[in-house]
Design a protein around this ligand. Structure first.
Ligand code: GLA
Length: 416
């Protein structure tokens, strides 16, 4: 267990004890993510290349013998209580909708696949994944909840097992199936039409590896990063993503519209993933201007991900960085999901000799940039971003030099 997790666990233990009078039995922890390249490609059946970061949502849990779920969100200072016999979305704070959605679909799946009936739980939730910053705090909450409910019901999937803990039964749920379940919870209960990238990396993250995920086949490969003398640095605009939900859904619709039109010439395609750059160039004139821009970006970005993974395998990090910069240009000019603050951060970074690549990450309209930086210029990046960005916007940015960590885990506290 790393130092950061163990500090959070100590804090969470004492919160839990204050509230419920005894220690939690276990803590379910799931990381946020930063996507290195492959943005807005997941819902187009394309390729993504994210990493899990060392920022987590933690849920401290004690099992209950009844079907009640009692939740206390420390950072929100809010509570939510419900029964597993009746899960609805009404009168529910947004954060709790993610958890209710997971509980709903998980108990269907667990009952169907294992004939187990899920138990209730009492829980305290906290975390250090910034909210609405494009680092997937919601996916981390969903994934941590899924582990919490499974463990509270005496079930675990193979990587959560702790040999010293007796009464747990191992069940076989492929992690990609669990990712799809968490995605569905977000789509149906929180009303966010997201793709599958964020939940997948929160479950499948591996220290010092990025996840190359084919969002159609749901096949993946954990690719070693080998970042000698390099750091992944995240810069947070601290601009909340106001437009993200409505514009996100609009982009999805524009891509689907593009596919419908292109089908006239390419009848076998079902998504933009199926269109090659050459085919696209041949037929793009048939598309309305905006649709054309959106589709061009997606077709190009899919190719960039493949090229980036290939470059990394050859330790050609300069090419990897150039592809990150090109990805940002596409998101800014064609997909139009960037904003002034994100553009400013990437420009400041790209002007530094030794920053290999800089791009917005996540849905856009605010949130964070991800930067691939030579270790010796991390301080220069920090200083320039602090000075220039604050001068131009009046907003103080946050900067995280991040370690690439593992996916979700259960940490057992007591044996009771
Ligand atoms: C959000 C969604 C993801 C993905 C990204 C954009 O993070 O949750 O599914 O679509 O935006 O790449």
């Amino acid at each position: 267990m790393n130092q950061k997790i163990s500090n959070s666990i100590e804090r969470l233990n004492s919160e839990f004890t204050k509230r419920y009078g005894n220690e939690p039995e276990f803590i379910a922890s799931a990381p946020g993510r930063v996507n290195l390249i492959g943005e807005h490609t997941d819902y187009n059946d394309g390729f993504v290349f994210p990493v899990a970061i060392d920022k987590y949502i933690h849920i401290a849990v004690q099992r209950r013998s009844d079907r009640k779920v009692q939740l206390h969100a420390v950072d929100m200072r809010e509570e939510c209580t419900f029964s597993l016999d009746h899960i609805d979305k009404d009168d529910t704070p947004q954060w709790a909708k993610y958890i209710k959605g997971v509980a709903h679909y998980l108990q269907e799946l667990v009952l169907h696949d294992t004939r187990h009936v899920m138990n209730g739980l009492s829980a305290v939730i906290t975390g250090d994944v910034p909210i609405s910053a494009g680092l997937s705090s919601s996916a981390a909450l969903e994934v941590a909840s899924s582990y919490a409910f499974l463990a509270a019901s005496g079930l675990a999937i193979s990587n959560t097992i702790n040999r010293n803990f007796g009464k747990i039964e191992l069940i076989e749920i492929p992690l990609m199936k669990l990712a799809a379940l968490c995605q569905r919870a977000e789509n149906e209960f929180a009303g966010v039409n997201c793709g599958i990238m964020d939940q997948s990396i929160s479950l499948l993250g591996k220290a010092d590896h990025a996840l190359f995920l084919d969002c159609r086949a749901l096949d993946y490969k954990q690719v070693p990063l080998n970042l000698t003398n390099l750091q992944i640095v995240i810069c947070n605009t601290n601009v909340k993503r106001e437009l993200a939900a409505s514009e996100y859904n609009k982009r999805r619709a524009e891509c689907e519209n593009g596919v419908q039109i292109l089908k006239k010439w390419l009848p076998n395609i079902t998504s933009l993933r199926d269109v090659t750059l050459d085919e696209f160039k041949k037929y793009e004139v048939e598309l309305p201007e905006i649709t054309q821009k959106r589709c061009r970006y997606v077709v190009e970005e899919n190719t960039r991900v493949l090229n980036a993974v290939d470059a990394l395998s050859k330790s050609d990090i300069e090419t990897f960085g150039m592809l990150m910069n090109a990805s940002h240009a596409g998101l800014r000019d064609l997909y139009e999901v960037s904003c002034d603050e994100l553009n400013m951060l990437t420009e400041i970074a790209q002007n530094i000799n030794g920053v290999l690549g800089s791009r917005m990450t996540g849905a856009g309209f605010g949130g964070c940039t991800v930067n691939l930086v030579r270790t010796e210029v991390v301080d220069e990046l920090r200083t320039n971003v602090m000075r220039e960005y604050t001068k131009q916007t009046g907003i103080k940015p946050d900067i995280y030099v991040c370690n690439v960590g593992d996916g979700a885990r259960i940490n057992w506290i007591s044996q009771s």
